[in-house]
Ligand binder design. Structure first.
Ligand code: ADP
Ligand code: MG
Length: 300
């Protein structure tokens, strides 16, 4: 495209809340055949909330909540906020007088699986099954049942282990964005297929995919794994767009032919992307591709 055409299109995009960071993205977007969507915060609203909890151990609800809060208070993951908000209310309901988060040592983030911490002389882990496996924490049938029940409902199960045993769990829900299904089906009508990639587990990922009409899913993928999925698609000769919001999406946003960041996403994702959707609306994935198609066809 000529510099003028690019300028006109970028201006038009900007006025619609689609920030295109240069001619290259605009030139490539019209060729996109596949859009890869991150799940959490991209297809879903990204404001997870705890909907239920369960105790599996001798710990009191109050103690259990205090441990979960102590671990998650240090995490920036959206799930951590959901857990601390809920656990605070719950522990108050159970009579906790606690006013301060307990002091912790050795806080560790395990990207894509959870967090770990020492609270006094107790070891606390909060996260998914993968995290428990990595620390050789046994998962009994009772816990297994709660996990599968939770995941069937498109919820994420957050396990809390204290001193090597699963002490309890939370079920976290994060509803899909209202426009998600419509956008996926519109892309399909444009000849573009949609794929989901997520660090979350397979059962939850598949349940969310069903809700929005996505047929192809890659779950339990770490940040570099997300980028590898993009590269695999490109090896097949496809022009690929990636839509994401998190730090964990940035390698994939960079690897994609066209990286699109949700405006409400993290700075790192916005930095890594070629296009920023500042209205946080998935409809603008279509707006961006459409704008590119119109710009390119006018030139030829
Ligand atoms: P996504 O790709 O869906 O944005 P992430 O890669 O950030 O997800 O995380 C994958 C999974 O790891 C989450 O679904 C959750 O089960 C677990 N997890 C990560 N961080 C935390 C945390 N701070 N507390 C609880 N669970 C966590
Ligand atoms: Mg995300």
């Amino acid at each position: 495209a000529t510099p003028t055409a690019v300028m006109v299109a970028t201006g038009k995009g900007a006025s619609q809340g689609v920030l295109i960071k240069g001619g290259n993205a605009l030139e490539k977007a019209h060729k996109v055949k596949t859009v890869v969507f991150d799940k959490t915060g991209t297809l879903t609203v990204g404001k997870p909330a705890v909907v239920s909890s369960v105790l599996f151990s001798k710990f009191s609800m109050e103690e259990f909540c205090e441990m979960a809060i102590a671990a998650e208070a240090n995490s920036e993951h959206p799930i951590a906020k959901a857990v601390t908000d809920h656990a605070k209310k719950l522990s108050q309901k159970y009579g906790s007088q606690m006013e301060h988060v307990m002091e912790v040592e050795d806080f560790e983030v395990h990207p894509g699986s959870g967090v770990g911490v020492k609270v006094g002389d107790r070891r606390v882990l909060v996260g998914n099954k993968r995290l428990m496996r990595a620390f050789n924490i046994p998962i009994g049938p009772e816990v297994e049942d709660y996990i599968s029940e939770t995941e069937q409902l498109a919820r994420t199960c957050v396990l809390v282990a204290i001193d090597g045993r699963v002490a309890g769990a939370f079920a976290v829900t994060d509803p899909v964005k209202p426009e998600a299904e419509r956008v996926i089906s519109f892309l399909q009508s444009m000849g573009i297929s949609s794929i989901m990639v997520t660090g979350d587990n397979w059962a939850t990922a598949n349940a969310i995919a069903r809700q929005v009409g996505i047929q192809k899913v890659f779950a339990e993928t770490d940040p570099l794994g997300k980028a590898d999925k993009i590269k695999d698609l490109q090896m097949k000769g496809l022009t690929v767009a990636m839509v994401g919001d998190g730090i964990n999406d940035s390698p994939a946003l960079v690897a994609a032919d066209v990286g699109m960041a949700i405006g409400a996403g993290t700075d790192v994702a916005i930095e890594a992307a070629d296009i920023v959707l500042i209205k946080n609306n998935l409809e603008d994935v279509v707006t961006a591709i459409d704008l590119s198609r119109k710009t390119i066809s006018r030139i030829r």
